[in-house]
Design a protein. Structure first.
Length: 231
């Protein structure tokens, strides 16, 4: 499988496949990297696509850089990558996972995609942060005062992050979208998912027993089967 390392506005990226008119943008989730796009590329390339993956801030080749993985930085990067894609391909599709789906809903709200595929998407970041605050017994005033609070489960609560999320709610999504979701997803509650699906007419597949992070053999086989049906 042909693979080319490129840099787009300083963002390390990987382009899979031979030159053609159709592209899948691949936006990975937390703790992942651009190389994860290879799974999608193996399915999409024979169907006439190229696949473009890139590292989100603090991920992959950008680990250790003084550029935080915040929504505002993520949106800026996605828009840079999106502008590059618009200039170089006639038809765009999107695959986004977890945090990458949330960034995509913010950064690509004005883009037109032929098809969008979301894996375990974060659909209500304000709700997720509020849940994390409850788990850590932190109220809004305390977070505002301390600005940043580490938690027992490895994630820091940030006032600036929370404030941005509250000030930038998701207002709409006008692209045809299919979602794959695990029934045991602990980050996006089922009622949040169902509300999003109903509001924007999404197609939904639920893997019973699946978790937020698809990593077991059974989960990855289900992901491959879903991609083969949807790409």
């Amino acid at each position: 499988m042909k693979k080319q390392e490129i840099t787009i506005d300083g963002i390390p990226s990987l382009l899979y496949g031979d030159s053609c008119e159709k592209l899948y943008l691949f936006v990975h989730g937390k703790m992942s990297c651009k190389e994860e796009a290879a799974r999608l590329a193996g399915i999409a390339i024979p169907r006439g696509f190229q696949v473009l993956g890139f590292d989100l801030p603090e991920h992959g080749d950008r680990k250790g850089h003084a550029y935080a993985c915040t929504p505002w930085n993520g949106v800026r990067d996605l828009q840079s990558i999106g502008s590059y894609a618009r200039k170089n391909w006639k038809s765009l599709c999107l695959f986004a996972s977890s945090l990458g789906a949330y960034f995509s809903l913010l950064g690509y709200k004005d883009f037109e995609f032929e098809q969008c595929l979301f894996l375990s998407p974060i659909l209500d970041m304000e709700r997720l942060i509020s849940n994390m605050m409850q788990w850590s017994k932190v109220d809004e005033e305390t977070l505002k005062e301390k600005r940043e609070i580490p938690t027992a489960f490895g994630e820091s609560l940030s006032w600036e992050y929370y404030k941005y999320v509250k000030e930038h709610p998701l207002h709409g999504w006008n692209n045809p979208t299919s979602i794959l979701y695990g029934s045991k997803d602990a980050l996006t509650e089922r009622h949040i998912l169902d509300d999003f699906v109903a509001a924007f007419g999404c197609d939904l597949d639920v893997l019973q027993g699946g978790e937020h992070y698809f990593h077991t053999l059974e989960q990855l086989e289900a992901l491959d089967e879903w991609l083969c049906r949807k790409v």
